[in-house]
Design a protein around this ligand. Sequence first.
Ligand code: R5P
Length: 291
Amino acid sequence: MLMLVFSDYQPQAERLAARLAMPTAKVDIHHFPDDESLVRLPPFLPEHVFICRSLNQPNNKLIELLFCARTARQLGAKRLTLIAPYLSYMRQDIANQPGEAVSQQIMGQMLAELFDDVITVDPHLHRITSLNQAIPINNAISLTAADEIARFLKQQRDYAVLLGPDSESEQWVLAIAKKIGFDFAVATKIRRGDKQVEMCLPDFDFSNQPVVIIDDMASTGRTLSKATELLLAAGAQHIDAVITHPLFCGDAQAHILQAGVKNIWSTDSISHPTACIYLDKLLAEAVRAVL
Ligand code: R5P
């Protein structure tokens, strides 16, 4: 077995490989001036190859993944396992207007054609319940970081109210709150545009309470900022946030801090300065289970 690692996800992949006592090799990527990618794998591969790379900022990474997987097969890999803790293009699961590409299905089909196993963490599945409805293979494995987040939060706080900013976040907030016995509440959100978010807090007394907002991802940060604004107006004492996938595009992080969040903590599913909740143990258990 061998784990192929990429420079943008190397520390996480190396941690995981070390846990599994699996050798690693680097995939070299050269970007030409016109932004085409040259992908170079080690020329000799074992039968079972793991490719470990999160798929945030996905457009270049997806074409590189395609080249990587097809080349690995040509070089003799019989089984290919993708470990992508963040899986992009999962949110567009229907055509909202006629003619729109349903990226979840198209991406899922592509991954199913390339890989024997796909392992990811808390993918954003809204209208489907299991990952293999999007990626039609038996080993489409969706893990949750809820245990890791719960353990981390328990080390940070004796008590806090956990707030999910929208109905989709309820699954994670509920799971984490149950594990550590914190109260939780879920807001309702309407997204009017990329950076336009309307929200209503639930009927809960937040005054003088420490609150931790829990969400699966922060992209523009507007969801977290809006929740923070409303919580402060409702008298919350102190607001932190835990994010599974820290996409943090553009001014997102600054916007959230400016709104009044004190600490932003995230998992290392994406390389980011806020990443302090490591997923290697969770991923290693999943890898052992597929072997
Ligand atoms: C949406 O349902 C997700 O759970 C997140 O709340 C959302 O993607 C966050 O996006 P943004 O940071 O752009 O508000």
